[in-house]
Design a protein around this ligand. Structure first.
Ligand code: CUK
Ligand code: CUA
Length: 641
């Protein structure tokens, strides 16, 4: 059986589902009794630090979770495309604008792919970027504060999935639409999809000085679905690769429509060439509404601006900028090895892994080895760009990462395993089961020229019997493997915040020295800051009242407030006067229809309270801050209107 047909694959999927996703069908096999050396390898003694940070996407929770590796300990959940009552993110007046979009306030999303900023092809630890699939956005998290500091909406897109991967000097963070849609959006028959719907690939520039994002240009591609993407690196720096499916341009993806073509494509985009074209005045401005939200560290306040137009480029305008590489059976992952030579396309309905060669691609372009241009874009001859094939390594290949030592690791969703194979020889070296149905995997630095090939983290879709039951839904999970030897060794299962799609890992030593300890009070430019107790006040403006308040161990100032009436809208602006590391205070107000605030040293945050009844109402500090934490309280007197 040289090639498994799709039918065989699908029935294999059915069979595996019946036996609980365990490919071997061995219900009792839990990955073997782990050796004591496995325990030692993940044991981080009390007070010791982990060697790596892992930033694991929260999928449909819209968050980004921060873990230590090898321990698997959870340190923080960073709210990104979500409201988080713990940190008041999306609840306080300062951060609400971060969740603004052209559709209004959208406090949820589906975040899949974090990627860490790079300089000269290596992780630099300044930022993590992550995509929002549902209402297309890209967020930037500042790794000095571990807070989301910028969110830009991506116009002309829908299902922002092949995102957010960065080029090797973080020139761009790139976003590709999953769904093709009418561009510009308009009322039209769905049946006229073909030729009319477009797939926008967005190149979002990142300012090298301040990190500011901007949609530099959008490439309006044929109406395919765009799945994953990866930048070229090293020799292929300047190119970006996108997997596609539904190259039939069908409006319904019932199998009969979308999987007719034996091969879909990896689209290779020479972004340097397009950049040059637009820098010389190429492309055209098109009306588009999209939000650009920026959080300022000094005012501690976000502003949301609505942008009105975007620069678009049609591939036909820039000959030689876009090519299509035929790739079997609905490629999902699209991964470029650390040298930039190999582009791995994981056809999820294919039994084999197809690897393209960048060198051969350039050669095929030069010698015009094309098989037509059905979409107005040259289609390169498959055999002319093929570097090699990994034959039948498993079922349902999804994603590949690299250890920097010439090995690649690919996940197989259907057969629930990670397979290690050699670049260049295409030989399978090792395989290990995952529990179960693995999606992505991650090697710290695996998206760069310099991977730290010590561990691979597999992120699983299904856990079934691996953990204590918690009702119909069991925890999501990740599994850590040691990859320092010839054979992989499973070290650890650990539960994760749902749903872990992908992760980005980095040595902790790159991040730790720059991690912010406090915000300096003298740099606090918040409009309503009170920088000392002497500056506190209550200011009435009609029915609107602004309370300028401070907090420090262990009291609020003022802590007794009178003169408030039913029907007032009371803004509490509270400044944490502490200038010590790890001394936030919280505050909450009885009946306030918001979350508490958790305010970092030197920071100011605000919430609104609209008292409904006369009385004397308490507020208190919510974060256990000192021996007198329980004394940290106050009263507001509310009189009839
Ligand atoms: S996708 Cu999740 S397994 Cu959204 Cu990166 Cu492939
Ligand atoms: Cu301040 Cu508890």
């Amino acid at each position: 059986m040289k090639r498994l047909s799709k039918l065989v694959l699908l029935s294999a999927l059915g069979a595996l589902t019946l036996i609980g996703c365990n490919p071997a069908g061995k219900k009792s096999d839990k990955g073997g009794a782990l050796s004591s050396s496995a325990a030692e390898k993940v044991y981080v003694a009390p007070g010791e630090h982990d060697e790596f940070y892992a930033f694991v996407s929260g999928g449909f929770s819209g968050q980004l979770a921060v873990y230590g590796l090898p321990s698997g300990r959870l340190f923080k959940v960073i709210p990104v495309f979500s409201q988080d009552a713990e940190k008041a993110w999306g609840y306080n007046e300062e951060t609400k604008p971060m969740l603004n979009t052209s559709y209004g306030f959208v406090p949820w999303d589906d975040s899949h792919h974090p990627d860490i900023s790079q300089t000269a092809g290596e992780l630099d630890g300044r930022y993590v970027f992550i995509n929002a699939n549902n209402t297309p956005r890209i967020a930037k998290i500042d790794l000095t504060t571990f807070e989301t500091t910028e969110i830009i909406e991506v116009p002309n897109s829908a299902g922002n999935h092949s995102s957010s991967f960065v080029t090797e000097n973080t020139e761009y963070v790139v976003a590709g639409t999953r769904f093709s849609v009418p561009v510009p959006q308009r009322d039209m028959p769905i049946s006229e999809y073909k030729g009319n719907f477009k797939g926008a690939l967005s190149f979002i520039s990142v300012n090298p000085e301040d990190g500011g994002m901007d949609v530099k240009f959008q490439l309006l591609m044929p109406g395919f679905n765009y799945d994953l993407s990866h930048p070229g690196r090293g020799k292929s720096h300047g190119w970006f690769f996108f997997t596609t499916y539904n190259t039939e341009e069908a409006s319904t993806l019932l199998e009969v429509n979308a999987s007719q073509n034996d091969k879909d494509f990896i689209a290779a985009v020479n972004w340097k060439k397009i950049e040059e074209y637009v820098n010389n005045g190429g492309g055209k401005m098109m009306p588009a509404n999209y939000a650009h939200n920026v959080y300022d560290e000094h005012t501690h306040t976000a502003t949301s601006t609505m942008k009105k137009e975007v620069l678009v480029v049609d591939p036909s305008e820039v000959p030689g900028a876009v090519y299509l590489l035929p790739t079997p059976k609905s490629p999902h992952g699209c991964d470029v090895d650390p040298s930039g030579e190999y582009i791995v396309g994981n056809g999820k309905l294919s039994a084999n892994l197809t690897v393209h060669s960048f060198t051969k691609m350039l050669d095929a372009i030069e010698n015009k080895k094309f098989d037509g241009d059905a979409y107005g874009i040259p289609i390169l001859n498959f055999d002319s760009v093929l570097a090699g094939t990994v034959e039948q390594p498993g079922l349902g290949p999804l994603h590949t990462e690299f250890d920097g030592k010439g090995n690649a690791y690919t996940t197989f969703f259907i057969s629930s395993e990670v397979v290690k194979w050699k670049l260049g020889t295409w030989d399978v070296v090792d395989r290990k089961s995952t529990y179960y149905s693995v999606g992505h995997l991650m090697i710290p630095g695996g998206n760069s020229q310099k991977p730290f090939g010590k561990y691979v983290l597999a992120m699983n879709k299904i856990t079934k019997d691996r953990y204590l039951p918690t009702g119909p839904e069991v925890t999501q999970s990740a599994q850590l493997y040691d990859i320092t030897g010839e054979k992989m060794e499973l070290l650890l299962d650990f539960p994760t915040v749902g749903e872990p799609h992908y992760a980005a890992g980095i040595p902790a030593d790159i991040i730790k020295p720059n991690s912010k300890k406090i915000f300096k009070l003298e740099e606090n430019k918040h409009k309503y800051a009170a920088l000392s107790e002497a500056d506190t006040k209550v200011v009435r403006n009609g029915k609107e009242v602004h309370v300028y308040m401070t907090m420090i161990r262990s009291h609020f100032s003022p802590d007794n407030i009178e003169g408030i009436k039913v029907g007032d809208k009371v803004y509490f602006h509270i400044t944490n006067l502490e200038q010590d590391y790890d001394v936030p205070h919280g505050v909450s107000m009885i009946g306030a229809n918001t979350s508490e605030l958790l305010i970092m040293p030197g920071q100011t945050e605000s919430f609104v309270w609209e008292p409904k009844q006369p009385g004397v109402w308490p507020f208190y500090c919510t974060d256990f801050c000192s021996a007198l934490h329980q004394e940290m309280q106050g009263y507001v007197r509310v009189s009839p209107a």
